[in-house]
Design a protein around this ligand. Structure first.
Ligand code: S3P
Length: 187
């Protein structure tokens, strides 16, 4: 299937544990596009894990690296919408979209922003089952506060899916359908 007439950049946003990385990888595979996980890019560039970056420079240092990594990634010119070349799927860290600077970067890039949603209990359960390595998921109260504080910002996303009780493939297929529909159907 070709996907013409729409941006070839898709950004997955949502809270910690929403499934952005796993679904993003599957989506990129389906579309035969390139996948990037912004946290992984930061870790590769810094030669340090996200928890190590937080431990050394705090959240402020991490946010600066995050904003720079996103700008650098999107600095390359976008392929023309009608070209059949590979597009880009990017999974953003849960806090990236909450930063106005990053929203500007994303808006300027003209990509499609898709929110992955799940109830807080489910997000918490997933983070715990992944070993609670996320610095901002360690304290349940802070986790809940952040979840409430970010909701109104996440609401700005034009597209969304509920990522609950679905396989990674099902969620990716749902996003693929949204992308195609937002471009006016399959071509
Ligand atoms: C964060 C989410 C993490 C990572 C960092 C901060 C956040 O990414 O960027 O720990 O502020 O919500 P995931 O959403 O992929 O866990």
């Amino acid at each position: 299937m070709t996907h013409k007439g729409f941006t070839r950049r898709v950004f997955l946003i949502g809270f910690m544990g929403a499934g952005k990385t796993s679904v993003g990888r599957a989506l990129a595979r389906r579309l035969r596009w390139t996948f990037y996980d912004l946290d992984e890019l930061i870790e590769q560039e810094q030669g340090a894990t996200v928890p190590q970056i937080f431990a050394k420079g705090g959240e402020t240092a991490f946010r600066m690296l995050e904003a720079t990594a996103l700008r650098n990634l999107l600095d390359r010119p976008a392929p023309p919408a009608t070209e059949d070349g590979p597009g880009l799927v990017v999974a953003l860290g849960g806090g990236a979209f909450a930063q106005p600077e990053n929203r500007e970067t994303l808006n300027a890039s003209g990509g499609l922003i898709v929110l992955l949603e799940a109830p807080i209990e489910e997000l918490r359960r997933r983070c715990r089952s992944e070993g609670d390595t996320r610095p901002l998921a360690a304290d349940p109260d802070r986790f809940a506060e952040l979840y409430s504080a970010r909701r109104s910002v996440y609401e700005l996303a034009p597209l969304r899916i509920q990522n609950v009780n679905k396989t990674v493939e099902q969620a990716a297929a749902e996003i693929e359908d949204l992308i195609v529909a937002s471009a006016g159907g399959k071509q």
